[in-house]
Design a protein around this ligand. Structure first.
Ligand code: F0G
Length: 463
């Protein structure tokens, strides 16, 4: 794009449209009641602007749709697999590319193979499925993000960085033999979509490798992380996103990937590894539960869409627009006094509900209360990342609250235009103007794992 223009436009034009449904406030009220105030349980048709997730919700390009038509559906040795393998190798340099139906399948296969009960897996911040899969294997998922990463209001260019001193201490305390891998999540989704610097990736890699521990990257948003490095880290301004991605992966021994994010696809993922023996074990489990290693639970056309998406996601015009959308939303919210995680992340803006609704205690899920209110006000669906997602029920019936109470406004890739974002800003501003009247919630029904997906809630009675 010509740098003389200050409007950063969507680097695409629209070829196919999808209608969205306008609903009344009364209808939304009824929808909320029936869904037990859980936004995961409402029909997408009843949502006007869906900011629940950026996962699998992106718009594919004409080139991706075209590639799907030439997908090779052969059970073994599909041409589409070899295309995907070549693209993943070009970007990551990893030797073994194992397709999976999405990111958590890659996690399950890796952790079932490499993690045992009693182990500890450090990460900057584990995403919920990563944490759940590690805990399911009987191990501990330990978050070691830098202290700045735990303070929503503090500005730091790389708030997703791992605290390297804490990593050293963890290795000393737990012992190398109980740490099957160190992980880094790029960008750090649960910590606000914050990037990790190349210097930090290198430092973490050096410490892990000095102890003979492999480094595995959770690569869901690797392209967005590369863009932040290009913008914010000295020495990277003139490098391409691909060069930065290649350097990132060069410090690691493998990655798990959800292609539903920076793969620009609606489904899919992969596990990539350098270790021959580990890859062989993972492939054996893949055959048992996902599919033959040249499709891993995906259609040939899915692998084509991912391969093409991985090329497009590293284009500079795309990344510049992508990161500008979140910055634009964040700037507008700050202007009306809505507290957000600063600076804004790559794929989402996170409202700090604890700061916005100080009158609602964490045990009454302030972030959930805010998410419900955004839906009630304007049909905007967001997602709670707070004590409903991460609170830990204690034996005495109380709950250990989450570190942060956030509402994530997650931007699907290439889906909404600037006026959609302007509408979201208006909805949030209206809710903000009457924030003191918002009440908390209590859980009336919950599952033992990943409860936020299915829990039912009720408003806390007013006295
Ligand atoms: N790791 C990270 C950092 C993620 O954000 C996700 C998914 C996964 C792993 C799992 O990938 O969904 O393909 O199985 N995040 C989505 C989200 C669901 O809304 O942030 P998956």
């Amino acid at each position: 794009m010509d740098p003389l223009f200050k409007t950063i436009i969507e680097p695409f034009r629209v070829k196919s449209v999808e209608q969205i449904k306008f609903t009344t406030r009364e209808h939304r009220e009824e929808v909320l009641r029936q869904a037990g105030y859980n936004l995961f349980l409402i029909a997408a048709e009843d949502v006007l602007i869906d900011l629940l997730t950026d996962s699998g919700t992106g718009a594919m390009s004409a080139k991706q749709w075209g590639a799907m038509m030439v997908g090779d559906e052969s059970y073994a040795g599909s041409r589409s697999f070899f295309r995907l393998e070549a693209v993943v190798r070009k970007i990551t340099g990893f030797k073994h590319v194992i397709p999976t139906h999405q990111g958590r399948a890659a996690e399950r296969i890796l952790f079932s193979t490499a993690v045992k009960a009693g182990d500890v897996v450090p990460n900057n911040t584990h995403f919920d499925t990563t944490r759940a899969n590690i805990e399911y294997a009987g191990a501990e998922a330990r978050d070691l993000v830098i202290p700045e990463g735990r303070q929503p209001g503090v500005i730091h260019p790389f708030k997703g960085n791992m605290d390297v001193e804490a990593l050293r201490q963890t290795i000393a305390e737990v012992g190398r033999e109980h740490i099957p891998m160190v992980m880094l999540t790029l960008t750090n989704n649960s910590g606000g979509g914050q990037p990790v610097s190349m210097a930090n990736i290198r430092a973490v890699s050096e410490i892990a490798h000095a102890h003979g521990i492999p480094l595995i990257i959770d690569a869901c948003r690797f392209a967005e992380n590369s863009w932040f490095i290009k913008q914010r880290e000295e020495g990277y301004a003139d490098k391409t996103p691909l060069e930065i991605a290649r350097e990132t992966f060069s410090y690691a021994d493998g990655c798990t990937m959800s292609a539903k994010k920076d793969g620009l696809a609606n489904i899919g993922g992969f596990l990539a590894l350098n270790d021959d023996a580990l890859a062989a074990q993972c492939r054996n489990l893949l055959i048992l539960t996902e599919g033959f290693p040249t499709y891993g639970g995906l259609a040939g056309y899915d692998m084509e869409a991912i391969a093409q998406g991985l090329e497009e996601v590293l284009e500079e015009d795309y990344l510049r627009y992508r990161i500008r959308v979140t910055a634009y939303l964040a700037e507008a919210l700050l202007k009306v006094g809505v507290p957000i995680v600063q600076p804004p992340g790559g794929h989402a803006v996170y409202i700090d509900a604890r700061a916005m609704l100080p009158h609602i205690p964490p045990c009454q899920y302030p972030a959930q209360a805010l998410a419900v209110e955004l839906y009630r006000e304007g049909g905007v669906r967001s997602v709670e990342i707070g004590s409903l997602m991460f609170g830990k029920p204690q034996p005495d019936g109380t709950e250990k609250p989450a570190m942060l109470e956030l509402v994530r406004l997650t931007i699907p890739r290439r889906v909404y235009t600037q006026s959609h974002i302007d509408y979201v800003i208006e909805v949030i501003s209206r809710v903000n103007a009457r924030k003191d009247s918002i009440r908390g919630f209590r859980i009336v029904e919950q599952a033992p794992f990943l409860r936020h997906f299915s829990a039912r809630l009720a408003p806390v009675e007013t006295d």
